[in-house]
Write a protein that binds this ligand. Structure first.
Ligand code: SF4
Length: 691
């Protein structure tokens, strides 16, 4: 295909989806930030260096097939025929659920949609889920319950700039999405985070709870709001249900009890509520810190309760939102790659939803499989008597990003067939029987949905190297080999999107009025957008919430201790998170020299007193051990750390994988694992050598 010299597109990484222009120069591809509203001419270090990914020396350019234990270059027919015949054999022997599919929150909307369709129709399996289960599922569950709809930010990012106060609970945008901070220079920030992060450094008030106690803090803040007379009675009466039950749960969370449980001083609790309540224009935003717990849905709901009590959601100049993480974290959870969903954010158990999608796909509703296992449960079942024998992975690296990663790696190794579609040899790809090289961001067209629910066009600048193919081509080719009619699996992103629009029509996330033509004409379109002359919906809930009676719901949530308790054997709390220079599992960003020189290996942040007690000094190698595994990491002494907590970033591979430590206990509603709390101990590496 002819290659344009320059295109307007978006950064390949996080959900802010900063606007960029890519230009092919003699020396290579050059990126420049555009004046797109979310980034307004800014980019972070990851965005500036993203073109290096296009010609990384480790780029996959040929299919690889494992022969005699070694991944060996092959051709497409051989690779696809080998996969298809193995899938036929496994399905014949063990049934359709013996094949699993694992997707990703970075896939375009078109890929996510076609992957779900491929799984349900071509494979006939219920066993599909994706890595977004590890990111946003608790906020999604809490948002759906409270508002009847889950869209990360129900307002544009630019609204934040006019706020007087913004409370950030468990979010660190100064590192995860730095250009967002331009919108947060005006408001006074209240930051809730166990670490004094770069975001917390900019805050007017930093509350530093012990990991795993966020819900106790949320209940305590609601308690203060009620007792000190800050709640919005008219809003609660006119726009909500369930306040009394929520208050009954918060009633016993006196500030002093909250201080004892969380470590946050009473004065700081009161100051936070007072700041939020005094402001005419105030926002409350949550992030992974509130979500990644075995009670993450309730924890997020606890903060939504506070926002509702103060009358924030669904009003001009005020609001509640959740900061989405992965590039297409929003769209990725709407189009059917989740175990319990069909496109349009429809539930797979809903008979009307099944009828709508089955009719569009030209099949009988009862041929669609039911709900499958959630991400961790799917990975944990691999290769067992009751789980899939084969797994197809698209756009994910669970060997690094899944909790209890040592166990999950052994599950992956026990499969009869592991196929990974990726453009770099991730840790999961290196384990595969067959690796399929795919296009990446600047080599493909498609759409992404950013953290505001705004649809964005990803545009192709250049053709992929070697024999790399788009994921859509691969799904089409595999489906045909599995006996499906080719027309069911379009290879053109525009054709897939047009089908996705019809699939979403009437669903919670209705894209039916959004077209490539409207996006290419520069229209700012946020879903829902139910017809082609609809302007989209940048601000949700102003006239009412999405429940039938238009009222939001308080949730009667109660705090429980984390399933992982510190004790004599594991006296510390290990928590995990992100750093500025790396993205997710690091499969992409660890190949960029500027980023690896900024953050190239794992480390553990620890308070100097805790380190001294453990016999550790700054720069020493330490072994951090939990019930689930152990990690070798370089010690960083950080005086602002809590003395009971250590922190590790999760981007790094091998023996530095922070997820070797993490706890796979799952939230009962969202099935989100407990990434943020693991009871742990730390010792010098020379004294405690890892297994
Ligand atoms: Fe923007 Fe996120 Fe890309 Fe950084 S990683 S440039 S914040 S989209």
């Amino acid at each position: 295909m002819p290659e344009p010299r320059t295109v307007a597109t978006h950064c390949p990484y996080c959900a802010l989806q900063c606007g960029t222009r890519l230009t092919r120069e003699r020396a290579g591809v050059v990126v420049t930030p555009t004046d797109f509203p979310v980034n307004q001419g800014g980019l972070c270090q990851k965005g500036w260096t993203a073109p290096s990914l296009l010609d990384t020396p480790e780029r996959l350019t040929h299919p690889l097939v494992r022969r005699d234990g070694t991944l060996t270059p092959s051709d497409w027919d051989t690779a696809l025929n080998t996969i298809a015949s193995a899938l036929h054999r496994i399905r014949d022997q063990h049934g359709p659920d013996a094949v699993g599919v694992f997707g990703g929150g970075g896939l375009t909307n078109e890929k996510a949609y076609l992957l779900g369709k491929f799984a349900r129709l071509a494979l006939g399996t219920s066993q599909i889920d994706y890595n977004g289960r590890f990111c946003m599922s608790s906020a999604a569950a809490a948002g759906n319950a409270a508002f009847g709809l889950d869209r990360g930010l129900p307002f544009p990012v630019t609204d934040l700039a006019d706020a007087e106060v913004v409370l950030l609970a468990g979010a660190n945008p100064a590192e995860t999405m730095p250009p967002l901070m331009q919108h947060l220079t005006g408001p006074d920030l209240i930051v809730i985070d166990p670490r004094r992060t770069p975001t917390a450094e900019t805050a007017a008030l930093h509350l530093q709870p012990a990991p795993g106690t966020d819900l106790a803090l949320a209940l305590g803040l609601l308690h203060i709001a009620v007792v000190d007379g800050w709640i919005d009675h008219d809003y609660i009466r006119d726009r909500t249900h369930g306040f009394d039950h929520a208050w009954q749960q918060a009633m016993s969370w006196w500030p002093e009890r909250v201080e004892r449980t969380t470590g946050v001083p009473v004065g700081d609790q009161r100051a936070a509520v007072r700041m939020l309540a005094h402001a005419t224009r105030a926002y409350l935003l949550t992030g992974r810190g509130t979500e990644q717990h075995s009670n993450g849905t309730d924890t997020t709901a606890g903060f939504i309760n506070l926002a509702l009590a103060l009358g924030l959601p669904g009003r001009h100049g005020r609001g509640y939102g959740c900061l989405t993480g992965q590039g297409n974290g929003q769209g990725g959870r709407e189009h059917g790659q989740k175990a319990d969903q069909l496109p349009g954010y429809r539930m797979i158990t809903d008979p009307d939803a099944r009828r709508h999608i089955a009719e569009l796909w030209g099949v009988a509703p009862d041929t669609l499989p039911g709900p499958g296992r959630s991400a961790y449960e799917l990975l944990d079942s691999l290769g067992t008597d009751h789980g899939p024998r084969a797994l197809l992975v698209f756009g994910s690296n669970p060997a690094v990003s899944a909790p209890n990663a040592g166990h999950i790696t052994s599950r992956l190794a026990g499969l009869d067939l592991l196929v990974v579609a990726d453009f770099v040899p991730s840790e999961t790809a290196r384990m595969a029987d067959i690796v399929l090289p795919v296009t990446q961001w600047a080599e493909e067209d498609g759409t992404m949905t950013n953290l505001e629910g705004r649809l964005l066009r990803r545009r192709r600048l250049q053709n992929p190297p070697g024999h790399a193919r788009s994921d859509l081509d691969i799904l089409h080719a595999l489906a045909r080999r599995l006996g499906q009619p080719g027309h069911r699996y379009p290879t053109s992103p525009r054709d897939v999107f047009d089908e996705l629009r019809r699939a979403s029509a009437g669903g919670r996330s209705d894209y039916s009025g959004i077209t490539y033509e409207r996006l290419d004409a520069g229209e700012a379109l946020h879903w829902p957008c139910p017809h082609t002359d609809h302007p989209g919906t940048p601000r949700l809930f102003l006239d009412g919430f999405a429940h039938p009676d238009q009222r939001a719901r308080f949730a009667p949530v109660e705090h429980h201790d984390s399933t992982d308790h510190p004790g004599a054997e594991f006296p510390l709390l290990a928590t995990t998170g992100r750093v500025l220079a790396q993205y997710q599992s690091g499969a992409q960003t660890r190949r960029i020299p500027e980023l690896t020189s900024a953050a190239g290996e794992t480390f553990v942040e620890i308070h100097p007193d805790t380190a001294e007690r453990a016999g550790l000094t700054d720069g020493a190698q330490a072994v951090v051990t939990s019930e689930h595994g152990e990690v070798v990491a370089q010690v960083r002494l950080v005086p602002s750390m809590r003395t009971d907590t250590v922190f590790l970033p999760f981007h790094f591979p091998d023996e530095g994988r922070a997820n070797l430590l993490t706890n796979p206990a799952l939230d009962p509603t969202s099935r989100m694992p407990e990434f943020k709390v693991a009871a742990a101990r730390i010792a010098p590496a020379e004294r405690e050598v890892p297994a």
